[in-house]
Design a protein around this ligand. Structure first.
Ligand SMILES: Nc1ncnc2c1ncn2[C@@H]1O[C@H](COP(=O)(O)OP(=O)(O)OP(=O)(O)O)[C@@H](O)[C@H]1O
Ligand SMILES: [Mg+2]
Length: 455
């Protein structure tokens, strides 16, 4: 992977440099070369004119001789006589001057050749007429570009090579700086894959790789939290299974004693039965919890009357509350709700079972309803033992039992967790108020129409 990132980046770098160079030369060519050529041609014309003036003011009688004796620097000059014959044809370079042009100059005109549409672009020839006592001449002058052109090309090529070599080297070194954190991330990912959730990158970079590293740390943190939760869950479940099994085992052993009286035998058998029911309830609750925990729990939405449902639940639990001599007061309104019937039944059963379980004989449980425009509020109040303030924040946690001393009550601490999950899945709210020795009130607010999940 490392090699390919290096290679790719360098290739991309070289490509980008080349493309930008080509593009900039092309743009230069299109926008500037014409101006430069025009300026150059003006200079050439001026040089030609001055040369002619010099000749006219000199003592020379032969222009060819004059030209041979004056410094012409980087200009090439050629002179044609009246017949159109070149007087100094040994000049280097191809002039490509046409007879028409020569004739035009001999007739006193000025010729400027500057054609970029031909390939290669024409030389910047300028033809100027002049005459002495004897005859007329045509002087053609042009810059000797070959030297400059070669130098420019060499400078350009050297620059290009230098940009590529120095640039690529710096680039490769810098890429190392970019690639190293990616290697760290790869190492860390491998560790997480084998179950080590303690790895952290702790990047202090403020770029995309820094963001990626922080996301990674975040993920590793969440994973380790999840792992803790998983271990805690397994520990809780085994504990919840262990205690009833221990007591079942213990009583079964006692029951093997043939000398046991019938009353005692019945008592022990009923304890075994209770513990078995507790185990069965636990497994049922665990299953419910898992179903509700699914990413997209299945809802069987239907519209029904919630007061009817509450009445049914109260009646179904009558054996329990009547046995304890608890009085149940109801104040119900007729309200239709769209919800999952079975899930909400579970909510009421769990809440009422709690109130019955944690309320002493002759207590009072009251169930009230408030009908609002878009929601319905159900309040379950009891005169039970109440929940200590320090426990109130945790009673909705899984396996949390507030009253440790009373944990012999048979609960597994899943009831309120399930209630909360179902209420939240229905986009409702749950509120707990409780005072030790006075009682507990749980208030549930539910929308009458289940809001569709926004995706
Ligand atoms: N109405 C109540 N009055 C007093 N304490 C309560 C009441 N409801 C809940 N609690 C406390 O909150 C704890 C958690 O309740 P939850 O219903 O989740 O578990 P549980 O009743 O112990 O077990 P489960 O419901 O799974 O059989 C209970 O152990 C109890 O201590
Ligand atoms: Mg409960």
């Amino acid at each position: 992977m490392k090699r390919s990132i290096y290679l790719r980046s360098v290739v991309i770098y070289i490509g980008v440099v080349l493309i930008s160079l080509i593009l900039s030369f092309w743009i230069m060519n299109v926008f500037y070369i014409d101006t430069i050529r025009e300026r150059l041609q003006e200079d050439i014309t001026e040089v030609g004119r001055q040369t002619i003036t010099l000749y006219e003011n000199s003592n020379y009688t032969d222009p060819v001789e004059f030209i041979a004796n004056i410094p012409t620097f980087n200009y090439n000059l050629i002179i044609y006589d009246e017949s159109g014959k070149a007087l100094n044809p040994n000049d280097n370079g191809q002039w490509g001057t046409s007879n028409d042009q020569i004739k035009k100059v001999l007739n006193g005109g000025v010729v400027r050749v500057n054609d970029r549409s031909v390939s290669p672009p024409s030389q910047l020839n300028v033809g100027l007429p002049f005459q002495d006592n004897e005859s007329r001449y045509a002087l053609f002058i042009r810059p000797d570009l070959s030297f400059e052109e070669n130098t420019i090309k060499r400078v350009m090529l050297t620059t290009l090579l230098l940009v590529l070599i120095i640039g690529s080297s710096i680039f490769v070194i810098l890429m190392r700086y970019v690639v190293r954190p990616i290697q760290h991330l790869t190492e860390a990912t491998k560790k997480v894959a084998v179950g080590d959730f303690t790895v952290r990158i702790n990047s202090e970079r403020h770029d995309e790789i820094g963001d990626l590293s922080r996301s990674f740390d975040h993920m590793a943190h969440d994973l380790s939290h999840l792992e803790e939760m998983r271990q805690e869950f397994v520990a809780n479940v085994s504990h919840e299974i262990q205690s009833p099994l221990t007591s079942i085992g213990g009583y079964a052993r006692v029951l093997q004693d043939n000398m046991l009286e019938e009353v005692e035998r019945k008592k022990y058998l009923s304890i075994i039965q209770k513990e078995t029911e507790r185990l069965s309830k636990l497994s049922e609750n665990l299953l419910k919890m898992t179903t509700l925990d699914a990413d997209d729990p299945i809802f069987h939405l239907r519209s029904y009357s919630i007061d009817e449902q509450l009445r049914e639940v109260i009646v179904s639990l009558e054996a329990m509350w009547a046995e304890k001599g608890i009085e149940v007061e109801v104040d119900l309104k007729e309200v239709q709700i769209e919800a999952d019937y079975d899930q909400l039944s579970q909510v009421w059963i769990n809440l009422l079972s709690n109130s019955i379980r944690y309320t002493d004989s002759n207590g009072v449980i009251s169930i009230q309803m408030i009908d609002k425009v878009e929601e319905v509020i159900v309040e379950v109040r009891d005169t039970g033992s109440g929940i200590p303030e320090e426990d109130q924040a945790y009673v909705f946690d899984r396996f949390y039992k507030a009253d440790k001393a009373r944990s012999g009550n048979g609960g597994s601490g899943l009831g309120l967790a399930i209630v909360q999950r179902i209420v939240h899945l229905h986009q409702g709210n749950i509120l707990l108020e409780s005072k030790v020795g006075i009682g507990t009130t749980i208030t549930i607010t539910l929308p009458k129409l289940k809001k569709r999940e926004e995706t």
